[in-house]
Design a protein around this ligand. Structure first.
Ligand SMILES: Nc1ncnc2c1ncn2[C@@H]1O[C@H](COP(=O)(O)OP(=O)(O)O)[C@@H](O)[C@H]1O
Ligand SMILES: [Mg+2]
Length: 227
């Protein structure tokens, strides 16, 4: 087993069968000792959060499998906090895909002159950002991704279609639990045949969720999802 990447919250190993092993750590992103999934640097360690995020990811990857959505997920070993996944190439130096169901946060900071905070975005709004901590994860358009040779238009369309479908699966699950999904962030990659698939994790830190009109913090959200 060879370590191929040391991430902020996970270590990545290559396996002899060609798959990849993600080891979920207890390190989390944050600032001044306070957990903040939106931060881009590791700020603290929370005992057990690695396993909790793995469990949440497994829960949603299994749900997606049932819904007929293929992802990178193969299997998990909760005790060791590891998940075996299909090896994927990331787009460029890493791409994040955000799906918004309600306008808030950075969307309002950008477009607040045109839309009120809390407005529903019918059908879901998809946008993409480059993973680039130094540049604050800049927005990137479909045309830019094609012009930069990061992906083809067909790949983008597949990614967007999957994003909307996956978001609906998660939103419906949260709705059953009495919660409302506002927005969610994913990572996609592609396999050796060029098929675009969902990679990485689906954990409470990747989504903004409300319950009874109040935002649910990621630690409570994990408990509510897994309850
Ligand atoms: N199936 C996969 N194949 C290859 N790389 C993956 C796969 N799933 C996730 N990754 C990558 O593994 C890393 C996970 O570690 P993480 O700590 O989240 O990293 P980061 O600090 O880059 O967010 C990410 O860089 C992610 O892009
Ligand atoms: Mg990450």
């Amino acid at each position: 087993m060879q370590k191929i990447y040391t991430g902020k919250t996970k270590d990545v190993f290559s396996l002899e069968n060609g798959n990849v092993l993600l080891k979920f750590k207890d390190d989390c992103t944050g600032k001044d000792g306070k957990f903040d999934p939106g931060e881009n640097s590791v700020g603290l360690t929370i005992e057990g959060i690695g396993k909790a995020n793995l469990k949440t990811s497994v829960y949603y990857f299994e749900l997606l499998k049932k819904a007929g959505v293929k992802t990178h997920y193969v299997s998990a070993d909760i005790d060791n906090a590891t998940m075996e996944v299909l090896a994927a190439k990331v787009f460029g130096h890493g791409l994040e895909v955000i799906c918004r169901l309600v306008a808030t946060g950075s969307f309002i900071r950008r477009y607040g002159d045109y839309i009120k905070d809390g407005t529903k975005l019918e059908g879901g709004y998809v946008e993409t950002t480059f993973k680039d901590d130094a540049k604050g994860d800049p927005l990137v358009t479909k045309d830019a991704l094609i012009a930069l040779g990061v992906m083809s238009g067909e790949m983008y369309d597949s990614m967007k279609e999957q994003t909307l479908k996956i978001t609906k699966v998660v939103a419906d699950d949260l709705a059953k639990k009495g919660m409302q999904l506002y927005d969610i962030k994913f990572e996609f990659g592609y396999d050796k045949d060029g098929n675009v698939i969902l990679i990485d994790e689906i954990a409470s830190g990747n989504m903004r969720v409300y319950k009874d009109g109040k935002i649910v913090d990621p630690m409570d959200l994990t408990k509510l999802i897994l309850a």
